[in-house]
Design a protein around this ligand. Structure first.
Ligand SMILES: NC(=O)C1=CN([C@@H]2O[C@H](COP(=O)(O)OP(=O)(O)OC[C@H]3O[C@@H](n4cnc5c(N)ncnc54)[C@H](O)[C@@H]3O)[C@@H](O)[C@H]2O)C=CC1
Ligand SMILES: O=C(O)CCC(=O)C(=O)O
Length: 467
């Protein structure tokens, strides 16, 4: 049976216990052999989970089939195939998203969770997932996860920063052509039996100006495709970006809005981008311009947009993301944009192509496996990134702690006092968290007392070892 994914086995499932008094920091041992000290609210909410006494921590690696993986939101088969190829078979797949108690119940015993954009992993939800080792967002955006809460629990979050870039870019360019051509209205007309062949309001995109707000992976890819159609591209980004092709940067958002025939948004959801496009920004746009939003719903004031479309200040819009999106296909989609003839509405499908989903499935699954098997956090969005050699000929200790002075010296002191020779040490920190990986001779019998002492160093958030 494949073993070795997450360290200590023989931990009674779902049980955790206070460490004996020589430990000091009351760590609670969850499954997977990760030791999670409990503090504050977590300690309170953990009382139920800690009620079983007498669980045994042994030196055996946990069989991989005990590592429970929950994949929500119809994650692609490539993810499952990759996980299985690496020995992870304890996988539950759900087609849709979950929320509230249903989500908390579903992930209570999970060691890994895979989600897309509709599952919201709030602090409260994460508090309920005592055994959680890591989260995979099978998408680009990670705003649906409370990244700080995950970090405070020692849970790295991974995503797929590139795999659906091209799919979004293709959709956006297609939408720019459709909008400038006046196709949404003509499409509606034909469905109603109409036959409007007039050229009024229909233009070529060649020679028109596309304004990109956010010139990252997607924005710059849209830039390349749009130029190949003869569009003139301008962009605005808060970070200085290398202009690709003939694209030109703008000094301000307003300068971009004043010049563009089509404005397309490619920024992440952050406190700064929420409401980035409101009534004032729309007023600054050219009369009869178009707006495309395939970024995040809260970036646009949707009521202001609806008003501008009704008054024909804006000639059209293509909107893929919304302030409130249905959690499942069963829920009715509500929006002030419904029924407007000059609007293309799509159900957050910018990244929903077979090609993108297949790539994302494999990419994120690989990151989850690397973290579970070796401890690598390369590509984590909320965590110090540590790239590690494969854990083959060493026993590896992984220690996640609050970034406060003295932790490293206590760790090294402990190894020294137990006469354990360190063969490799990897440390990365950010202002809140430190992540240190210590390699020692393979199969070295670091006894339970040693491991408890390591887990009990004040500031420890989580500790596991791979043998
Ligand atoms: N509709 C869909 O299905 C999809 C939507 N997305 C969304 O697209 C967003 C962008 O994706 P990428 O281009 O890959 O991200 P990225 O991180 O490569 O680029 C984002 C760019 O926005 C810039 N930016 C941040 N705040 C800004 C502001 N206030 N004003 C101007 N620029 C600002 C950043 O500096 C960066 O260059 C994602 O965060 C995600 O929310 C991504 C994939 C699929
Ligand atoms: O495919 C999804 O569910 C979300 C796509 C997206 O918005 C992203 O990758 O950020």
């Amino acid at each position: 049976m494949a073993t070795g994914a997450a360290g200590v086995g023989k931990v009674i499932p779902r049980a955790c216990r206070r460490a004996s008094t020589d430990i000091g920091d009351s760590p609670c041992f969850s499954g997977q052999g990760s030791m999670i000290p409990k503090t504050g609210a977590a300690r309170q909410s953990g009382r139920r989970a800690c009620r079983k006494k007498g669980s045994v921590v042994s030196n055996l690696s946990l069989p991989k089939d005990k590592i429970r993986i929950v994949l929500l939101e119809n994650i692609h088969d490539t993810a499952v195939a990759y996980l299985q190829s690496r020995g992870y078979h304890n996988i539950e797949r759900l087609k849709g998203a979950l929320d509230g108690d249903a989500l908390i119940d579903k992930i209570r015993d999970a060691h890994m969770i895979g989600i897309r954009s509709r599952t919201h992993l709030t602090r409260e939800v994460l508090d309920g997932a005592e055994k959680l080792l890591t989260v995979g967002c099978f998408c680009i955006g990670t705003n649906q996860v409370d990244l700080d809460a995950a970090k405070e629990k020692g849970v790295p979050v991974f995503n797929a920063p590139y795999s659906n870039t091209r799919s979004v870019a293709e959709l956006v360019v297609a939408e720019a052509i459709m909008l400038i051509r006046g196709i949404p209205q003509r499409n509606w007309g034909c469905h109603e039996g109409g036959w409007d062949k007039s050229a009024d309001g229909s233009h070529e995109v060649r020679g028109k100006t596309l304004g990109l707000v956010g010139y990252g992976h997607i924005g710059s890819q849209v830039s390349v495709l749009a130029e190949s159609f003869g569009m003139s591209v301008i962009y605005y980004d808060i970070v200085e970006k290398l202009a690709i092709g003939n694209a030109r940067p703008c000094d301000s958002l307003t300068a971009l809005l004043e010049q563009a025939d089509v404005v397309s948004l490619h920024v992440p959801d952050t406190p700064e981008t929420r409401g980035l496009i409101g009534a004032n920004e729309i007023a600054a746009m050219k009369q009869g311009a178009h707006l495309i939003n395939a970024s995040r719903g809260l970036v646009v004031d949707i009521d202001a947009l609806a008003t501008a479309l009704k008054s024909e200040k804006l000639a059209g819009a293509a909107i893929d993301v919304f302030p409130k999106e249905p959690a499942s296909a069963k829920e009715i989609f509500e929006s002030p944009l419904r029924g407007l003839r000059n609007v293309l509405l799509t159900p957050h499908v910018g990244g929903s192509t077979v090609e993108a989903q297949a790539g994302i499935g494999r990419e994120v699954a690989e990151k989850l496996v690397k973290y579970s098997d070796d401890g690598s956090t390369l590509g984590a969005v909320n965590f110090p990134e540590v790239a590690l050699p494969q854990q083959a000929k060493v026993t590896r200790f992984l220690h996640i702690h609050r970034n406060v002075p003295g932790v490293m010296s206590q760790i090294n002191d402990l190894f020294s006092r137990h006469d354990i020779n360190i063969s490799g040490q990897y440390l990365m920190t950010d202002p809140q968290v430190g992540y240190v990986v210590v390699d020692v001779q393979k199969d070295l019998k670091a006894g339970e007392g040693f491991r408890k002492a390591l887990a009990a160093i004040p500031g420890t958030l989580r500790f596991r070892f791979l043998n």
